[in-house]
Design a protein around this ligand. Sequence first.
Ligand code: F6R
Length: 247
Amino acid sequence: MEVVIRQHEQQCGVTAADIIADAVACGATTLGLATGSSPLSVYRELIRRHRKGGLTFADVQAFLLDEYVGLPPGHPQSYAHVIRAEFTDHVGIASDRVHSPDGIAEDIFGAAQAYDALITDAGPIDVQLLGIGANGHIGFNEPGDELASRTHRVKLADSTRRDNAGLFAGDISKVPREALSMGMGTILKAATVILIATGERKAQCVEQMVHGAVTPRLPASFLQLHRDVELYLDHSAASRLSPRSRP
Ligand code: F6R
């Protein structure tokens, strides 16, 4: 894992945006995208460069990591809606090139399989952007006894629902209990993985991800098995890393 430490969140975003912009300029056509607060600085920077001119996403298809089960795509907190509002609509990626698991399908199992098939057909994903949950989740692969490899239905951890309640007017009862998420196998197939983590709350899971054992108890630890993972951390998130792993 390559560790890049910056003073501020915004600088992490700019540095990570360099990698994505270079990849797109060199012909990358498939991006795996995360929602949540961590990638926002990356999206802001990519939007800025697109508006300034020179960075086009015309050939890009985007694949979301996950989607809540039961929220219609127009719901303000559905990830299909969020990614358009925060990124893809602003850089000219047409909505039919932005893909997400279908969280309102009657056949959720079939929807998960169909999403994997779509990624396999278009993929492998060139650059996968990730955040990390404070409990070590990646996508919505929550800690447990085992991990699914492919897109699957997940029960969200109570801590994850609490963390996300702020976006649902602080009411945890409004946060869906389930989601569809790419599996770790799907995520690990991406050519390059970029993870952004900022703030003190992420320090412990970042330490375990980098220094701990590879275990389904901390899904992020599986990133140790990938040969091109870049971690963009601010000083707080990196505060528990051993000096040896710091650049
Ligand atoms: C979002 C996702 C999650 C988030 C994680 C961190 O699509 O898959 O794994 O990346 O929950 O969320 P933030 O960035 O809001 O701390």
